[in-house]
Design a protein around this ligand. Structure first.
Ligand SMILES: N[C@@H](CCC(=O)N[C@@H](CS)C(=O)NCC(=O)O)C(=O)O
Length: 396
């Protein structure tokens, strides 16, 4: 079992030992005799109507889709429009959050800016379209957005049945459970009969159902379309547990009146590879989306950042003229063979990404990235050379 504290180094985690309901706590409503309220494992009809039914309707509506785009369509449309449209969350620090001035920041936002830098040589040529979990795939499929970069878990059914296809995992996450410290619970095993708040149209609601059933625990699932609504319901004591991606819980927890009064349970109950997605049928655009992430990883692996890329490029240009230097760097920065042309992009596509947006480590640790805003360790998102899973596919 993975330790969620490697996912979310909450400062409050240590206080889990010996927690209890102190003064000022609004203790969650618990049944007599603790959480053992719903004796029969399984979820209630309300949850069925609230969550499974929309998922079913969604599945029927999007089953066996026709591919909308032909290869090259999306890049042509984006270029003709003069801006990229990127689907993001309705507000999640670390990934995509709008500031009061309308500017956006976060790991997914920076990924979108990197795609714009690759396509236009201008990271600012991107418009962000906030989407709920439920509406995101339709927005992508209908062409309302060109890329979906919205903390979206790459799963087999989504990859093969919805008409969308995932490019690359830009954040390896896992599902966690957040509870009020006043609940006095230290493991998910103690949650029999718990009321669980989560979001509709997510892998989260499916995983939690699997998990509680597998462990013979009863539960009531209450799913909301907006994270804010789920978080408010949880904070108001309507649920005993708030469950979502560990990174998402870290972000939501920061918004609570008293973050220290909420703690993550040790169980990480799923794999959540969060990945940007594009429409099926347009391999060229899929490659643009995919290689944007790999360019940022390769840059980090090679020690190239937004700070030093111009200097390195200058040095390597001089060396390349004498057939010397580091060919890996030269290829990435567009100083050797042209790797942009086959993507439909300028030769300096990756140079523009790194210069204007940064390498993967930089966007991870940016002020509104997962490292900056949420204090998350790189963990599984460290480079493979540092024991993580992020691995830049070679440019060659
Ligand atoms: N990764 C999961 C969950 C994604 C998800 O919806 N996360 C929520 C909770 S962290 C979220 O995006 N909240 C912000 C919003 O709804 O705009 C999925 O792809 O289904």
């Amino acid at each position: 079992m993975r330790d969620p504290n490697n996912f979310i180094p909450f400062s409050g985690v240590a206080s889990r030992v010996g927690f209890g309901s102190g003064p000022g706590h609004v203790a969650p409503r618990l049944p007599e005799g603790g959480l053992r309220r719903a004796q029969n494992p399984g979820f209630k009809m309300k949850s069925l109507l609230g969550c499974a039914l929309p998922a079913l309707v969604f599945g029927l509506a999007f089953g066996a889709p026709e591919a909308r785009a032909a290869s090259g369509d999306t890049l042509r449309e984006v270029k003709a429009r003069g801006e990229l449209v990127c689907g993001v969350t309705q507000g999640l620090d670390g990934f995509s959050l709008a500031g009061s001035d309308g500017s956006y920041a976060g790991l997914d936002v920076d990924y979108c800016r990197a795609v714009a830098a690759a396509v236009f040589g201008d990271a600012a040529k991107v418009r962000f379209r906030p989407l709920s979990s439920k509406e995101r795939f339709e927005a992508l499929k209908s062409g309302e957005v060109d890329v979906l970069a919205r903390v979206t878990t790459w799963s087999m059914s989504r990859d093969t049945q919805l008409g969308v296809i995932f490019a690359a995992t830009n954040y390896y996450d896992g599902q966690a459970l957040l509870v009020p410290t006043s609940l006095g619970v230290s493991s998910a095993a103690e949650l029999d009969g718990a009321r669980l708040c989560t979001n509709t149209g997510t892998t989260t609601e499916l995983n939690i159902t699997d998990y509680f059933r597998r462990n013979g625990l009863g539960f009531e699932l209450i799913a909301f379309e907006k994270s804010d609504e789920a978080a408010s319901a949880y904070e108001a004591g309507r649920c005993d547990v708030y469950t979502s991606d560990a990174s998402g819980l870290a972000a939501m927890r920061l918004r609570f009146a008293n973050p220290a009064e909420h703690v993550l349970l040790p169980e990480i109950i799923s794999k959540e590879p969060l990945a940007p997605a594009v429409r099926q049928g347009d391999e060229q655009w899929l490659n643009v989306a995919r290689w944007t992430h790999f360019a940022q990883l390769n840059a980090e692996e090679l020690g190239i950042s937004s700070e030093n890329v111009d200097q390195i490029r200058e040095e390597q240009t001089a060396l390349a003229a004498r057939s010397q230097g580091n060919q890996e760097i030269q290829r990435l920065l567009g100083l050797g063979d042209d790797f942009g042309a086959s993507l439909g992009l300028p030769k300096d596509w990756a140079y523009q990404i790194v210069r204007q947006v940064g390498n993967y480590g930089e966007i991870f640790d940016a002020p509104h990235g997962p490292g900056g805003a949420l204090g998350l360790a790189r963990g599984l998102n460290a480079l493979w050379t540092e024991g993580g899973l992020q691995y830049g596919i070679p440019v060659r």
